[in-house]
Design a protein around this ligand. Structure first.
Ligand SMILES: Cc1cc2nc3c(=O)[nH]c(=O)nc-3n(C[C@H](O)[C@H](O)[C@H](O)COP(=O)(O)O)c2cc1C
Length: 365
């Protein structure tokens, strides 16, 4: 049986599935419920010096299978928030407190939280700090100079040069969390022509499955250019999603939207699925698969010229699914089996994803 504990920054997580800053870790009661639901670590809702005041509604279902929100940070005053976090400390599960936003604010909050709560680490959100490197580095530097605790920088997906930021910020931080929700985006109720959210024009931030591929790319980039651990977050619904993050270079994952939709048991369930996946594939730890995608990329087969699809006649069942998927008209039925018209095939590879019989392969011919 695989062991799914992870140790980073001197913190031992019994499993790699953490909560992500959001409404499901708003209070001590909810954070403790997440511990009971099997979370390997708790990241709190972001707190700032002034309580937030968000226009309702704040969390809605977007039509692209994601969640759209206009929540900013905690509406609980910081002193009260600290009391809540102290109660979570008693569970013994690693606790990371999320704070924001500018250099003075993170300094003030960092000092207070380190003294009053002594969490295992502090995560700081860069969501409202802009898209230039310097202001973000100033926040990281200010927090680094104020606390001794490990600090994690949470990056937003819109950031233009994530690699430059990761390289420069790695001198101040002990880890990166990628990514925050994506946006701004817009969706609305088409029947009543009404906004879904209470923000200015109904705009919000997108999370859940639609942002998973963006998050994977950013985790891959950050872990490729520097050595501090990366914590992956964005669209994780199950153990296989989490495995993709580890293979892209993440050491831990965080989950928000799936837990909003399915409850606090989500964390433990995903941790169990990670364990099952590792067992089924005969890996004994997360470390064994961390960054595997990058290693395997080096072995990836490159085609010498434009390849074409080929059909394995022993496997093809003549189901015609590939023919329906080919927009180039490069596939037809030759008797009972699919056949490729080589001159029409552009080697895009799309049809292959719909063959349930592993009967298609791109080849140089
Ligand atoms: C309703 C809601 C509120 C959120 N609030 C915060 C927050 O206070 N601070 C923060 O850093 N991220 C916040 N996030 C972003 C999540 O922590 C996470 O990065 C993002 O949703 C992607 O993960 P997911 O697809 O698992 O939800 C929030 C997300 C949602 C959906």
């Amino acid at each position: 049986m695989a062991d799914i504990f992870v140790k980073i920054n001197g913190i031992r997580f019994k499993n790699p599935v953490l909560t992500a800053a959001g409404p499901n870790v708003r209070t001590a009661y909810m954070m403790i419920a997440a511990v009971k639901g099997g979370a390997g670590g708790i990241v709190s809702k972001t707190v700032s010096v002034k309580p937030a005041s968000d226009s309702r509604p704040t969390i809605r279902k977007a039509s692209c299978k994601g969640i759209m929100n206009c929540e900013t940070w905690s509406e609980i005053p910081v002193e009260e928030f600290i009391n809540e976090c102290q109660k979570v400390r008693e569970t013994g599960v690693p606790l990371i407190i999320s704070i924001g936003y500018n250099p003075d604010e993170v300094k003030q909050l960092g000092v207070l939280i380190e003294k009053e709560v002594q969490p295992d680490a502090i995560e700081f959100s860069t969501h409202y700090v802009g898209r230039s490197v310097e202001p973000l580095l100033n926040v990281a530097k200010s927090l680094r100079q104020s606390v001794r605790l490990p600090i994690w920088m949470k990056v937003s997906p819109n950031f233009p040069d994530i690699e430059e930021l990761a390289v420069k910020a790695s001198q101040y931080v002990n880890g990166f969390v990628a990514i925050n929700s994506f946006g701004p985006v817009l969706d609305f109720d088409v029947e009543n022509v009404q906004p879904l959210l209470g923000s200015d024009y109904g705009q919000g931030w997108l999370s859940g499955p639609p942002i998973l591929s963006i998050a994977l790319r950013i985790v891959y980039q950050i872990s490729s250019v520097q050595k501090k651990p990366v914590i992956g977050v964005g669209g994780i619904e199950n153990g296989t999603d989490a495995i993709k993050f580890f293979m892209s270079g993440a050491s831990l994952v965080q989950v928000c939207s799936t837990a909003i939709k399915k409850g606090h048991q989500t964390y433990g369930k995903i941790a169990l699925e990670i364990n099952d996946w590792l067992d089924a594939h005969e890996y004994s730890s997360i470390e064994e698969i961390r960054g595997l995608y990058r290693k395997k990329l080096k072995e990836q087969r490159m085609f010498s010229r434009q390849p074409v699809m080929t059909i394995n006649k022993k496997r093809c069942t003549g189901c015609k699914v590939c023919i329906k998927r080919c927009i180039q008209g490069a596939l037809y039925m030759n008797g009972k089996l699919a056949e490729v018209i080589q001159e029409n095939c552009i080697g895009c590879g799309f049809c292959q994803d719909f063959c349930s019989y592993d009967a298609m392969e791109l080849k140089d011919i």
